[in-house]
Design a protein around this ligand. Structure first.
Ligand SMILES: [Fe+2]
Ligand SMILES: [Fe+2]
Length: 184
C-alpha cells in the first residue's frame, strides 16, 4: 500500500534523493579509484553503489506514484578528490545516514504506522552501518598506499545487505536466499 502520511512521504522522497546521489557519487569515485590503481576499492564503490540503488528503488516504490517536491538530506560530500579523500566523503555520508537520517525517518514511519516505509528505512539503515565500516577499512588500506583486501562483494538485491567474500545462506536482514545475491 502506498504511503499515506505527509511526513513519512517527505522522508521517503528525501531518502530517495540521497540514495540516488550516493549511487552516482560512488560510481564516479569507483572510476577514480580504478585510475589510481585501487582495483578492489573501485569494486567496493561499484558494489555499494548498487546497494544504494536498491535503497533508492525501495523508497521510490513506497511512494506509489505520489507527487511533491523533494528536499534531500544526503549528508553528502561532492566533487572529485583522491581516493583517500573520497572514502572520507563516503564515510561521512554513511555515518550521517546511520546516526541522524535513518533513525529519525524510521521512527517517524513507525509512529505513523507506515509499514512499507518502515521496512524500506530499516533495510537501508542496516546496510549503511556495514558500508560505513567497509569504507573505513578500505580507507585504512588506502592511507598506506595499499588496495583493500577482498575477494568478492555480495549485495542482497532486496535490501542492499553487503557482505564480503561469501554470501550468507539467507540474508540476515530480509531473508533473501543465497543464490539471489549479486557478486561484484
Ligand atoms: Fe550506504
Ligand atoms: Fe536482504
Amino acid at each position: 500500500m502506498p504511503v499515506k502520511n505527509a511526513m513519512t512521504a517527505d522522508f521517503l522522497r528525501s531518502a530517495y534523493g540521497g540514495e540516488s546521489m550516493a549511487h552516482m557519487r560512488y560510481l564516479i569515485w569507483a572510476e577514480l579509484a580504478e585510475k589510481e590503481g585501487f582495483k578492489n576499492i573501485a569494486r567496493l564503490f561499484n558494489a555499494i553503489a548498487y546497494a544504494e540503488r536498491i535503497h533508492a528503488r525501495n523508497h521510490f516504490s513506497e511512494l506509489g506514484g505520489s507527487t511533491n517536491d523533494a528536499t534531500v538530506a544526503a549528508g553528502g560530500v561532492f566533487g572529485l578528490g583522491k581516493t583517500v579523500e573520497n572514502l572520507q566523503g563516503a564515510i561521512k555520508g554513511e555515518l550521517h545516514e546511520v546516526e541522524q537520517m535513518y533513525p529519525v525517518y524510521l521512527n517517524t514511519a513507525r509512529f505513523q504506522s507506515e509499514l512499507g516505509a518502515e521496512r524500506s528505512f530499516h533495510y537501508a539503515l542496516e546496510a549503511e552501518k556495514i558500508h560505513a565500516r567497509l569504507f573505513k577499512d578500505a580507507q585504512d588500506a588506502a592511507k598506506q598506499g595499499k588496495d583493500f583486501e577482498l575477494k568478492v562483494v555480495y549485495i542482497c538485491p532486496i535490501c542492499g545487505h553487503t557482505v564480503l567474500d561469501e554470501a550468507p545462506d539467507k540474508c540476515p536482514i530480509c531473508g533473501a536466499s543465497k543464490d539471489m545475491f549479486k557478486a561484484f
